[in-house]
Structure formats: C-alpha cells, structure tokens
Design a protein around this ligand. Structure first.
Ligand code: TRP
Ligand code: SF4
Length: 399
C-alpha cells in the first residue's frame, strides 16, 4: 500500500499548447516509463471557474485526452481517466472537509490571486474556495507518493500533506494499536525488529529525518508483512498512529517558461499560444508575425536579441551554433528577422508533426479513446474504493 505512485491532473481548458508540453507533459512522459502513473482530466476543477459555461467542458475534456495521447502518453503504461467518472473523489472531498480549517483554504496564495485575476467572474463561491481541498482528495485517494506540478501548485501540495497528517492524527487511533503494533514488530524477525525500534527511537527522540527514512525503507523491504501490519508499522514509526492517508512528495517541474508569440509566458488567457496540433501553415504564420527588437525598423538596422521575443524561442529550440548565428547576424544586421525566425519555425513543425500524426488515429476512431478512458476509470475506481473503505471505517461510517 505504500508503494511508489504518481498522480497528476490537468484542467480541461481547450486545445493544449506548447506551454503545456514543455511545462508538464514532457515530465509526464519521463515519469510514465519509470513509475506507475495516474493522469486525469480535472473536469470538476474546471467547473470551479467555468460553472456558467459547462457546455464546452465535455469537448475540452476529450480534446485534452487526445492531446495527451498525441504527445505520446501511453495508456499501456499510465492510467488515464476523468475525475468526474470516479465519484469517490467527491466523497473524500466531503469527508476531508469536516476537519479542514477554513483558514487553511483562505491562506492558499492562489485563492486571492485568482479572484483578483479573474475579476469579471464571481469566484466567492464555496466550490472555488474548496479547490485545493478537492485537489487533496484527488491525490490522497490514490495514496500517491509523488505529485508532479509546476511551482504555482506547490502550496496546494503542502496543504494536502497537512490534511493527510491531520486526518491520520484524528482517525489513526485504533483500539489496542500499541499492542498490535508491537506484535507486528516481532513479525519483522529479531534483527530487523531491533533495528526498527532503534530507528523509531532516533526519530521520535531526536527527530532524525534520516532515521525516519531508513525506517521506512526497512518496512518497504520487509516483504513478508501483511498489509495491515505494514500500515501499522509505518504509523508506529512516526508516532502511535495508523497511517491511513499517505503524505505525497512534490516533484517540481522546473522548466524554462515557454514564451508565447508575444514574449509573455505562453498562456491561453494571453491569446499567445501555439497549439500542440497547430497546422504547419499556422505555425509559420504565427511566428512570422511575431514582433522583434523594435530597433530593427529596416533590414539594415542592427538589433539586440535580448530585446526580442524570438530570441526566447531560440533558447528553447535552437542549438548553440544557431544561437551564435542569431546573435552575430542580429547585431551586425547580417540576417533579416524572417530569416532568423525560420529555424524556430522548422523546429516547432518538426516537434509537432508526430503529435498530429498520432492524434489522427484517435480522431478517425473516437471509440479508441473512449475505451482507453473507460479502462483507466475502472482502474482508478478500484484503487479509490480501497482507500475509501479504510476512510469510512475509521470515520465510523462503514455501515
Ligand atoms: N490544480 C492543478 C492545476 O491547475 C490541476 C489539478 C487538479 C491537479 N487536481 C490535481 C494537479 C491533483 C495535481 C494533482 O494545474
Ligand atoms: Fe529578433 Fe532575430 Fe530579428 Fe534579432 S534578427 S531582432 S533576434 S528576430
């Protein structure tokens, strides 16, 4: 139950663009080959701000899945599903809400930021305040060990760790826990049991993180333990509690912010995106229209790449040689701006061609994608149900 597992979600906001690819999906591609991964379309999260326009949500949701597959997310490696098809997420959100202080939610930096940013929209809603709580449920319900997210999401992960800790503190008190844990210690075998108790002491008395890590590793390797005993021993290591919900670690996706075609961060709200499956003619047109260093009024005027948004794209897409050519050519007016843009155009088209090719299969036969998602939802639901059984039991609502 404490195995490695990655969970991440993405709100469906329409066709994904190159910013999504460089900012998140590239990282998912790497993770899917290393660890079991669950990737889901966070359609309920989208409703927190799109509640007045739900019609486009369904289309966006499927588009998002097509885009993932187009990028090479592989349904034989990763589990792909849609949040709303696993209603257990809602149940856990509700139950976690019982013990989550309002102040934790109000303190999340994205809360006030977004309300400020989306001024035209009424976001003083219960649903929007609860956004990070729902996100906590998304992850905790799978007992994920890791969550890959961008920097802006780090406070959400921090809060979900606090929520898990609080939950375990409140509900991990099992009758006779101490005795049961001590019985389980014996099952480790005398050598391991002794080491375990030493590590436990070192963590509890000296707060040694290293001891905690070693203790966890020891339990990870103790293959002959029953799941229940293992769970107790994880809890006993840290205190006298059973661990029901696992605190996930953040995997920060550090990427150079991909600039859009105006030099600002690529984002749908700025209208400066290049879609993942943009047609080559469109890519060409968009890049050719990009503004450049304003000093280059005429072809013969020298410029400075540092003052040009095209240069930011060269930093993502071009080799050192090409970059050298740009700097020299720009400063000496040896090259024109359209000439300078061509290698970027070529690279983006080269990068996106396989995306369009892979997507075609799914666009031609939508049942393929329906089946992938149906399978993914089944797998996710099974894991979610397991956690919910434990959650209900400790909360006294097991029926
Ligand atoms: N809030 C995330 C975002 O806007 C999307 C999201 C929802 C998510 N639930 C999640 C990300 C769970 C990681 C894990 O990017
Ligand atoms: Fe920008 Fe290239 Fe033109 Fe220089 S030559 S201003 S870097 S597009």
């Amino acid at each position: 139950m404490f195995s490695e597992r990655v969970v991440s979600g993405m709100r469906p906001t329409g066709a994904l663009h190159l910013g999504h690819y460089h900012g998140a999906i590239k990282n998912w591609l790497k993770l899917q080959s290393e660890l079991p991964c669950l990737f889901f379309v966070a359609d309920w999260h989208a409703l927190t701000t799109l509640y007045d326009d739900p019609k486009i949500l369904e289309q966006y949701t499927w588009e998002t899945v097509v885009d993932w597959l187009a990028c090479g997310i592989d349904p034989t490696q990763a589990t792909l599903f849609i949040q709303s098809r696993v209603p257990e997420h809602a149940e856990l959100t509700l139950l976690l809400g019982m013990s989550t202080p309002l102040s934790w939610l109000e303190r999340v930096p994205t809360y006030k930021d977004q309300i400020e940013k989306l001024k035209d929209k009424e976001l003083g809603t219960y649903g929007f305040l609860g956004y990070p709580l729902m996100q906590a449920a998304d992850v905790l319900i799978y007992r994920a060990s890791q969550v890959p997210v961008g920097e802006d999401q780090a406070p959400h992960i921090e809060m979900m760790r606090e929520i898990a800790r609080r939950f375990n503190y409140l509900y991990g008190r099992e009758k006779g826990f101490e005795e049961k844990a001590q019985e389980a210690v014996k099952k480790l075998g005398s050598k391991r049991a002794k080491l375990y108790m030493e590590l436990r002491d070192r963590f509890q008395q000296e707060g040694s993180d290293e001891a905690l890590e070693q203790g966890r590793a020891l339990l990870q390797e103790a293959q002959n333990l029953a799941a229940m005993d293992r769970e107790r021993l994880f809890g006993y290591l840290e205190g006298a509690r059973r661990i029901i919900l696992v605190e996930p670690a953040t995997i920060l996706t550090e990427t150079p912010r991909l600039p859009g075609i105006d030099g600002n961060k690529m984002s749908k709200s700025y209208g400066n995106t290049i879609a993942l499956r943009e047609e080559p003619a469109q890519v060409t047109q968009k890049i050719r229209k990009m503004p450049t260093d304003p000093a280059r009024v005429r072809r013969t005027d020298p410029g400075d790449p540092e003052k040009c948004p095209v240069w930011l794209l060269h930093q993502v897409y071009s080799s050192d040689d090409v970059k050298k050519w740009v700097v020299q050519g720009c400063k000496s007016a040896g090259i024109g701006c359209l000439e300078c843009k061509q290698p970027v155009i070529d690279e983006i088209i080269r990068e996106t061609t396989p995306f369009r090719e892979r997507a075609q299969k799914y666009l031609d036969d939508p049942t393929l994608i329906r089946n992938i998602v149906a399978d993914g939802c089944d797998k996710a639901r099974e894991l979610a149900r397991e956690t919910m059984r434990d959650v209900r039991e400790v909360m006294g609502i097991a029926a």
